[in-house]
Design a protein. Structure first.
Length: 85
C-alpha cells in the first residue's frame, strides 16, 4: 500500500507532466488548481481517469460530490482515504 508521501509524489508528477503546473513558490500544494485556472472542468475528467489508472481505484460521481479535490493536498487525502490509509 502506498503512503501519503508516495501518493503526493505521483499526484504532483501527473499534474506537472499533464497540465504543466509550475509547483514552487507561487503554486503550492494548497493552491486551488481550478480557481487559479490550471485545470478546468473538462480536464478534471482526465485527472480522475489518470488517478483511477495510476492508483487502481474507482471514483464515483458521489465521491466527487462528497469530497473536494481542488488542491494537491485534497487530492492526496482523498486517494489515501480510498486506498485505506
Amino acid at each position: 500500500m502506498l503512503d501519503k508521501q508516495s501518493i503526493e509524489k505521483k499526484v504532483v508528477e501527473l499534474l506537472s507532466n499533464r497540465f504543466e503546473i509550475p509547483f514552487g513558490d507561487d503554486v503550492d500544494y494548497d493552491t486551488d488548481l481550478f480557481k487559479d485556472g490550471f485545470i478546468d472542468s473538462i480536464e478534471s475528467v482526465v485527472v480522475i481517469s489518470n488517478f483511477e489508472k495510476t492508483f487502481g481505484i474507482s471514483i464515483s460521481p458521489k465521491d466527487l460530490i462528497d469530497n473536494s479535490m481542488n488542491t494537491v493536498n485534497e487530492m492526496v487525502a482523498f486517494i489515501s482515504k480510498i486506498l485505506g490509509e
